[in-house]
Design a protein around this ligand. Structure first.
Ligand code: NDP
Length: 331
């Protein structure tokens, strides 16, 4: 069984040497257990947080642990009557080829008409994150302007499409022309600003001429600081993440803090895993949009578990284009 272990706690940027790849015996299921061969592993920014020792909403990983992560795969052996070989299941087996489970937290997914990987992206945790943050905290109303950073990514791409479906103006912020073109032409956002072009303030004003009512915040740092100056009164900020800060040793200091009061902003951080009661509704709506062709997505797929560390670091640097996955094995 190939596994990627957490080998070293990074300070600043993650390095490939912070991981260790090991081979071990394929585990054998005991009574009540299922053995799953993972097809895809999801790579997500939160994993960087789990590599740090500081206080956060989840306990840090310990050195030597298998890296955590969501997976989708196929049951190969079952001694649990709720699962049979061939079942496609969503699990949390981490960065390894085979996983053993007592069935708890293992979810069968209908993978006959839907590609397996979608359950880790638009129809899975990132899609549900977009849905919960936008609807529960953003509370979008038709005609409002919704800005989302990391707009071509797993979460951001869904935020903009949901905003459009609610009758809002959707404005993305992304790195580079190719990502921005995709956000507008393929995902159907009204506009997208390339923050790497160096004119964010002006370009954002042009893209959001009526000001910003909802800022779905994925990036933090200087981008958030600029967005703050263009908020309308009673703007809402679902604070989803701040990926620009996960690997820095000197955190960015906000200059425009006064905007929170001046614009009477409601800002709320949220963690998608704490809202399990909303997952069925979110999943149902996302699946409906997806099957009617109104929810598009794109993936960056690294081939082979041994390439997971490199792909993970690349994702944190914005080298991914859409949801970052690792293909571990064929279905
Ligand atoms: P993405 O697919 O969006 O990938 C990360 C993207 O972040 C990169 O592609 C890059 O896009 C952007 N980025 C990286 N560094 C910077 C930077 N310095 N400045 C601006 N943009 C940068 O990842 P996800 O969709 O999985 O995650 C997006 C956000 O959502 C993250 O902050 C993550 O932590 C958060 N999240 C929060 C959850 C919650 O429960 N609160 C659950 C899931 C995700 P570009 O090339 O455009 O710069």
């Amino acid at each position: 069984n190939m596994q990627v272990l957490f080998a070293n706690r990074p300070k600043g940027w993650v390095q490939e040497s912070d991981f260790k790849i090991v081979e071990s015996e394929i585990p054998q299921p005991k009574e009540g257990q299922v053995l799953v061969k993972n097809s895809y592993l999801s790579l997500d920014p939160y994993m960087r947080g789990r590599m740090s020792a500081g206080k956060s909403y989840a306990a840090p990983m310990e050195i030597g642990d298998v890296m955590v992560g969501g997976t989708v795969g196929v049951v190969v052996e079952s001694k649990n009557e709720q699962f049979k070989p061939g079942d496609v299941v969503l699990g949390y087996f981490g960065w390894q080829k085979y996983g053993l489970s007592n069935g708890k937290g293992l979810l069968k997914v209908p993978a006959d008409k839907i590609p397996l990987s979608a359950f880790l992206g638009v129809l899975g945790m990132p899609g549900i994150t977009a849905w919960i943050g936008l609807n529960m905290i953003g509370e979008p109303k038709p005609g409002e302007t919704v800005v989302v950073s990391a707009a071509s990514g797993a979460v951001g791409s869904v935020v903009g499409q949901l905003a459009k479906a609610k009758g809002c103006r959707a404005v993305g912020i992304a790195g580079g022309k190719a990502k921005c073109d995709y956000v507008v032409n393929e995902l159907g956002f009204d506009a997208c600003v390339d923050y790497k072009a160096g004119n964010l303030d002006q370009d954002l004003k042009q893209a959001a001429p009526n000001g910003i009512d909802i800022d779905f915040e994925n990036v933090g740092g200087e981008i958030l600081d600029t967005v703050l100056t263009q908020l309308n009164a009673y703007a809402r900020i679902p604070l989803c993440g701040f990926v620009s800060q996960y690997n820095v040793t000197e955190p960015y200091q906000l200059r425009n803090f006064g905007a929170f009061l001046a614009s009477r902003v409601k800002l709320q951080g949220f963690i998608v895993g704490e809202h399990m009661n909303l997952w069925p509704q979110a999943q149902q709506e996302l699946t409906q949009l997806y099957t009617s062709g109104k929810l598009k997505y794109r993936e960056s797929v690294a081939e082979g578990l041994e390439n997971a560390p490199k792909a993970f670091i690349g994702m944190l640097k914005g080298e991914n284009f859409g949801k970052q996955l690792v293909k571990i094995a064929d279905r």
